[in-house]
Every structure is written in structure tokens, then in C-alpha cells.
Design a binder for this molecule. Structure first.
Ligand SMILES: Nc1ncnc2c1ncn2[C@@H]1O[C@H](COP(=O)(O)OP(=O)(O)O)[C@@H](O)[C@H]1O
Ligand SMILES: O=C(O)C1=C[C@@H](OP(=O)(O)O)[C@@H](O)[C@H](O)C1
Ligand SMILES: [Mg+2]
Length: 167
């Protein structure tokens, strides 16, 4: 069992939204490692960061990525920081991985004040700029395809990915 598509990209690139739209379009399961972590921990990600810290969240995330890659046969969205771990990047080799690319202005507009995203709680724009600079090479490293999301509707992006997967 393996996902038909794994979505990676920065916070606000639309992994969760486009992932759900793509799963609906393909008639397959939608899985999101953030939702798996929240369900297992029994609390929101912001509370995991407050109570146990980011390192603990990353440990839960590595386990969630490994479990989802082994058990999901639909569309799988990862959290934006999953690619930071070498273990996760290695686990993605051989899977169809789509990088949803987003420029700073659209990402800022979409995440707003960063509600629910603890890393963006303090200064969303500056933090997102830093995250994008740091992570763009990592998203590119794991991706087998890149799809631009700026100024485009989730349905349109999902349709482009569906067409890519048919090739
Ligand atoms: N292509 C898009 N155009 C406009 N808004 C979008 C788009 N994709 C996502 N959004 C909105 O941006 C916010 C973040 O989207 P989300 O899917 O949670 O991103 P991610 O999972 O990559 O962090 C949500 O409010 C969502 O409705
Ligand atoms: O970029 C990150 O490090 C994070 C992104 C979030 O997911 P989204 O990319 O779906 O917002 C979530 O996993 C957590 O808040 C950490
Ligand atoms: Mg998400």
C-alpha cells in the first residue's frame, strides 16, 4: 500500500485544502499527518508545542510520516516542516511527491495571523520568509513534480495534479 500522491510545501501552500480536493476528485482517502498527530496526541498542534516543545512534535511527526506512508493508499498531505528531517526525506524516495510552491505574498495572505500554526504565531511574514528560504531546496529535493499555487484556486491546482498523475 502506498499513497497515490504526497503533498509537500510551505505553510499556506494549500497542502491540506488541495489534498482534500484532489482526494475528492480521485475518489480516494485523504490523509494529513498533522490531523493524525492531533488525533493521537488528543490536543491541537499549538498545545503540543506549548506543553512538550517543537522537538517532541518533530518526533511525533516522524512517526506519523512513516505510519502514513505505510498505510495510506490515497492522497497524503505532510506538515510544512516534515522535510526538515533527513529520515522523512529518505522515506519519501520512490513516492510520487508534489511540491505545492507558493511565494511569500500568497503564503502570508493565506495563513493570516498564523492561528493554529505555532511557528508563525509571533511574526508570520518574517517567519514565513525565513521558512521559505530555508526549505525551498528541501521541497525541491523530495519532489517529483512542482505545481505553482499563487493566484490559483484549489480546484484548478487539484485538477492539474490529477492530470500529472495520469501521465
Ligand atoms: N489556492 C488557494 N487559494 C486561496 N486560498 C487558499 C488556497 N489554498 C489554500 N488556501 C487557504 O489558505 C489557508 C491555508 O491552507 P492549508 O490548506 O491549510 O495550507 P497548508 O496545509 O499547506 O498549510 C486556508 O485558509 C485555505 O482555505
Ligand atoms: O511548517 C511547519 O514547521 C509546520 C507546519 C504545520 O503544517 P502546515 O504546513 O500544514 O501548515 C504544522 O505541521 C506545524 O504547525 C509545523
Ligand atoms: Mg496543512
Amino acid at each position: 500500500m502506498a499513497p497515490v500522491c504526497v503533498l509537500v510545501g510551505a505553510p499556506g501552500s494549500g497542502k491540506t485544502t488541495v489534498g482534500q480536493a484532489l482526494a475528492d476528485l480521485l475518489g480516494v482517502e485523504f490523509r494529513d499527518t498533522d490531523l493524525d498527530i492531533v488525533r493521537l496526541a488528543g490536543k491541537p498542534i499549538s498545545e503540543i508545542f506549548i506543553d512538550e516543545g517543537e522537538e517532541h512534535f518533530r518526533t511525533l511527526e516522524r512517526a506519523a510520516v512513516a505510519a502514513a506512508l505505510a498505510s495510506c493508499d490515497g492522497v497524503l498531505a505532510l506538515g510544512g516542516g516534515a522535510v526538515l528531517a533527513e529520515e522523512n526525506r529518505a522515506a519519501l524516495v520512490g513516492h510520487p511527491v508534489v511540491h505545492l510552491s507558493v511565494e511569500l505574498s500568497d503564503a502570508v495572505r493565506r495563513v493570516g495571523l498564523g492561528a493554529g500554526r505555532p511557528l508563525l504565531a509571533l511574526n508570520p511574514r518574517a517567519t514565513l520568509k525565513h521558512l521559505l528560504d530555508q526549505r525551498r531546496p528541501l521541497y525541491a529535493e523530495v519532489a517529483t513534480a512542482t505545481v505553482t499555487t499563487d493566484g490559483r484556486a484549489p480546484q484548478e491546482i487539484a485538477a492539474e495534479i490529477a492530470a500529472l498523475l495520469k501521465r
